[in-house]
Design a protein around this ligand. Structure first.
Ligand code: CP3
Length: 351
């Protein structure tokens, strides 16, 4: 099997010879090559410059035997054409200087046409896709809840209290906000596939802040809408969240091809809960990459053991690579995953 085939085959639940692996935030600050570019350009400058963004996207692929690339961008970029004054402040993370704080702020948000307003990212997707020689490229976007959280909080948040209060106090405005975000995310994911992405991932990083009931009523319908629109492109859709053990079944029912989970759930338990046909991505604790390299490899093996040779496993971390990660540990884990062969007969038995 060629390296370029494994990731998409696993997304479709087909047999593979090795478990495909890519890592969330595989491009970024843990790489000296990235830091060298970042020393001269802001994050928004890199994202806005298809040439720089292409270079940064390709950096980890030159170093490690990854099975997919992910376009270098940020989930918050579509908020800019919606009218958000976004800044990535050093040490503070993203800031939105004009957050959505009242129902009246929602209709002021602008409509986004990804081809016009996010053309820079789509040009990066085209450029990267042209250089990958058959390796799949993953496009991505934020899920409606996680985007709403940044818009309402105005930045990172521990409890997402403003967002959850908005949902309680202003249900109609919340639903208007979520409908707008679902439309942007769906159209943006679809546009990335049209530009050359072979799969797309929707990041709902902070959705685990919600109760299952609030998720089901106030978020799930909009995630489902965005996924439906993205799946109309024909490419597989991956759907990732953290702290989602309380409502994995609900999240699975949003309809993505592959569900991404973090390390707080065992992969085998997730499969028991979701059924043997579920396709799962994950779920090594990113902190494992900081430890002694033998420990990182052992934990990667434990993830594969829990996957048990089932079809439809994409190896990944349970959240993004931490900036302090030694690149040599990334190499060791990627190689350790590939070293475990998956003979087709064994896979058939595992099912
Ligand atoms: O995975 C990749 O290699 C592609 C690049 C990528 C970035 N952001 C670039 C980036 C991806 C997939 C994202 C997604 C993203 N952005 C998410 C979802 C994934 C997750 O980690 O939960 C979220 C929540 C964001 C929002 C965001 N962007 C935050 C909270 C921060 C600051 C915190 C931090 O890690 O520094 C960013 C900045 C950001 N986006 C960086 C990178 C490489 C680091 C900043 C820098 O280079 O100065």
């Amino acid at each position: 099997m060629r390296r370029g085939e494994r990731f998409l085959a696993a997304c479709r639940g087909e047999a593979v010879d090795r478990t495909p692996v890519w890592l969330m935030r595989q491009a970024g600050r843990y790489l000296p090559e990235y830091r060298a570019i970042r020393a001269r350009h802001s994050l928004l400058d890199i994202c806005g410059d298809p040439e720089l963004a292409t270079e940064v996207t390709l950096q980890p692929l030159r170093l490690f035997e990854l099975d997919a690339a992910i376009v270098f961008a940020d989930i918050l970029l579509p908020l800019v054409p919606m009218g958000a004054r976004l800044e990535f402040a050093a040490g503070e993370g993203p800031l939105i200087h004009n957050p959505v704080r009242s129902p009246a702020d929602v209709p002021r948000l602008l409509e986004v046409d990804p081809r016009r307003d996010l053309a820079h990212v789509l040009r990066t997707v085209e450029r990267v896709a042209a250089r990958l020689e058959g390796l799949p490229l993953i496009g991505f976007a934020g899920a409606p809840f996680t985007l709403a959280s940044y818009l309402v909080e105005g930045g990172p948040s521990r409890h997402h209290a403003r967002t959850k209060t908005f949902l309680l106090r202003h249900p109609a405005a919340w639903h208007d906000l979520m409908a707008r975000l679902a439309a942007v995310t769906g159209a943006y994911l679809r546009a990335q596939v049209e530009a050359g992405a072979s799969a797309v991932q929707m990041f709902d990083s902070w959705v685990g802040a919600l109760s299952p009931t609030d998720y089901e009523r106030h978020v799930l319908p909009y995630s489902r809408l965005a996924i439906e629109e993205a799946r109309a492109s024909g490419a597989p859709v991956l759907h990732f969240g953290t702290n989602t053990a309380g409502f994995l079944e609900l999240m699975h029912s949003a309809g993505a091809d592959v569900l991404g989970i973090d390390w707080r759930v065992r992969l085998d338990d997730a499969w028991t809960r979701l059924g043997p046909d579920a396709r799962l991505q994950g779920n090594l604790d990113p902190v494992a990459l900081l430890g002694p390299v033998e420990e990182a490899e052992a934990r990667a093996h434990a993830v594969l053991e829990q996957a048990g040779g089932r079809r439809g496993h994409v190896f990944n971390l349970g959240h993004g690579i931490l900036p302090e990660t030694p690149p040599e540990n990334v190499r060791a884990v990627v190689d350790a995953v590939h070293a475990v062969g998956l003979p087709h007969a064994d896979m058939a038995r595992a099912r």
